[in-house]
Design a protein. Structure first.
Length: 132
């Protein structure tokens, strides 16, 4: 029986869902090969968990569906989903990922701060009142 692992990753407004199956080391994000992803910085960040996994990454196929957010948020969400899936497939990778960068396994929970009244859409700075 083949091993199938489902994981997800979030960053800002982006949500990525990864499916890991045994295979030949292919990685697809929204049915596009990981090598054709742009911008380049997002591609490099997505490949980090695969490089750290070494031979383990060559034994599995990973398919990721990502939606929401911008290119940077989507890239980080995909990175988190892939790292979670690989660490679940091979338990030894968990320590490797945590030592390299904690963000590979732990989601960044920061979100956009909501805008406040009387500040023209800004989150913090408000118009000052003068009583004199």
């Amino acid at each position: 029986m083949k091993k199938i692992i489902h994981t997800s990753g979030k960053r800002k407004r982006a949500i990525a869902r990864a499916t890991l199956t045994e295979g030949k080391g292919r990685v697809y994000v929204n049915n596009i090969d990981v090598e054709q992803i742009s911008p380049k910085i997002s591609k490099e960040r997505i490949k980090e968990p695969l490089i750290l996994a070494g031979n383990t990454a060559k034994k599995v196929n990973i398919s990721v569906k990502v939606k929401g957010g911008g290119s940077s948020g989507q890239g980080d969400a995909v990175r988190l989903a892939i790292a979670k899936a690989l660490s679940e497939y091979d338990k030894k990778l968990k320590d490797v990922y945590l030592e390299y960068d904690r963000q590979l396994l732990v989601a960044d929970v920061r979100r956009k701060e909501t805008s406040k009244p009387n500040s023209q859409g800004q989150a913090r700075a408000k118009r000052q009142k003068s009583y004199r």
